[in-house]
Design a protein around this ligand. Structure first.
Ligand SMILES: [Zn+2]
Length: 217
């Protein structure tokens, strides 16, 4: 090392690294492939160093992130979406582990989110999309904005009894009778009408209403 002064030494190392980046990466890769235990050690060391740096500079890093986010919000959202799409399985495993580790914290957060503006619509779409996915039902899934638009179309009222209650998604042709999980087969319905309709077709449900007087109006 030609320099005793740490600042100069750092500068020299940086310059050397930038000039020989590819060679250094190739060497490192080869070394770590040949010595997996060393790679594990190196990874743990890096993680500890990053976590130490993060906790010592939490404020500074937070501010930096906030500035970057507000300078180009759309770009940030697009990049997060792109990453989420490419790493769906990885994120799902991470989230499951995180929720198990922080059960109470997650529960409180979920509760708070559910009662805020868009939380309820998000949970409804997620629950129904998941259910349709589990049963291999056709349909690309309903987005939160689709569901909000549909509820808006019906004036945030139940399509069957016209009451202004908490709404769920009802499949006009039930999923069990090969109905699709698509917008043209979904109407907002209150819990009472939804469970009362069950797996009946629309005609069967109207007959049922007439016979039982169960109009719920
Ligand atoms: Zn209803």
């Amino acid at each position: 090392m030609p320099f005793k002064d740490p600042a100069k030494r750092r500068e020299y190392c940086r310059k050397h690294y930038l000039e020989n980046k590819d060679r250094i990466y190739a060497y490192r890769k080869k070394y770590f492939l040949e010595h997996p235990d060393k790679y594990k050690e190196h990874l743990e060391c890096c993680r500890a160093r990053n976590s130490r740096y993060y906790s010592n500079h939490r404020e500074k890093l937070g501010e930096k992130r906030r500035i970057r986010y507000h300078s180009d919000r759309q770009k940030h959202i697009a990049s997060v979406k792109k990453y989420a799409k490419a790493n769906r399985a990885k994120i799902s495993i991470y989230m499951t582990n995180y929720c198990q580790r922080n059960r109470e914290k997650y529960r409180n957060y979920a509760k708070k989110y559910y009662y805020c503006g868009g939380g309820r619509a998000w949970y409804t779409t997620r629950r129904h999309n998941k259910r349709a996915g589990l049963h291999n039902i056709d349909g690309s899934g309903i987005s939160v904005s689709d569901w909000n638009e549909l509820m808006n179309l019906y004036g945030y009222r139940c399509a069957y009894c016209n009451r202004e209650l908490s709404l769920t998604m009802d499949h006009v042709v039930p999923l069990r009778h090969n109905g699709q999980h698509t917008l043209d087969n979904i109407v907002p319905s209150c819990k009472h009408c939804n469970s009362s309709k069950g797996t009946k077709s629309l005609l069967q449900y109207l007959i049922h209403q007439k016979e039982t007087g169960d109009y719920f109006r």
